[in-house]
Design a protein around this ligand. Sequence first.
Ligand SMILES: *Cc1c(COP(=O)(O)O)cnc(C)c1O
Length: 351
Amino acid sequence: MSRFWSPVVHTLTPYVPGEQPKILNLVKLNTNENPYGPSPRAFEALRAEAADTLRLYPDPNADRLKEAVAAYYGVEARQVFVGNGSDEVLAHAFQGLLRHAAPVLFPDVTYSFYPVYCGLYGVDYETVPLDADFAIDVKDYARPNGGIIFPNPNAPTGRLLPIEAVERLVQANPDSVVVVDEAYVDFGGESAIPLVQRYPNLLVVQTFSKSRSLAGLRVGFAVGDAALIEGLERIKNSFNSYPLDRFAIAGAVAALEDRAWFEQTRSAIMRSRDALVVQLQRLGFEVLPSTANFVFARHPRHDAAHLQRQLRERAIIVRHFRQPRIEQFLRITIGTEAECAALVEALKVIL
Ligand SMILES: *Cc1c(COP(=O)(O)O)cnc(C)c1O
């Protein structure tokens, strides 16, 4: 606390990211990072970028990256916004597209950054309970709102809302923006990006942090109607002209071009996920159906916080949320085959 703070600082409840412990040989399954590392072509591009040109500012509009994303998804570059991680893209969406008189709606169990942005930007919000199976029911969103946002698949549940249901939600809310946060969509979901051509109120947000294994580079993007993108650009250009540095632009473009690496690593993760689900079920866990690079699981006879501590003593870190409805769940990132095996072995001993 300080008397020098602006009044708003006293009111904030900042987001708490999963820990990044500085312990060696840790099995780190707590922040949904990709276990396989970025494309070798991204490394090459990053090395080439370490040059005298670093004395110059990067392209403020990151046109190369916008064009690469646009070509990849079959949209126009003016339908693409890029930011310093999708967290920044989401922040600008809250401030620029979701801040209206009516409250923004999001699930009661979801990405915990959403209420933090609402606090920062003074956005009124209401949470909509997931159903008893922790699924989103589109019917529950039929109420006045100033916008809707949810991850698909949802986090931390991993559950996917079928694309038909996403479209129904967008259709049913023509007067507000629906933001679909597709941080995990590449692990088996279907992207809503093709729908942006038909719905001017749909914004789809994605990240290079998970399926492209570039969490350390900080690159995210949004695809939507050109008018939505222009709103985000106005916010961005009133905040930071250069959110993406030269490395971020070059590395992201190269990662996007390496389709073979992308396919190979995401398939490996999906295979490991499906195998891990079976093994956890054999140990008695109830596992929610996951379309992400993590699973959300609870054991009917073992307390989640206790399990988390026991795993930690064996240098395995998973995420536990002390939050109503989900305090008995663990969110476990899909690691390499060896990491998944280490987790299962440790759980056998603990249980
Ligand atoms: C990881 C994650 C993000 C943030 O990704 P960055 O691009 O690394 O900022 C956004 N939304 C959800 C639901 C996530 O899990």
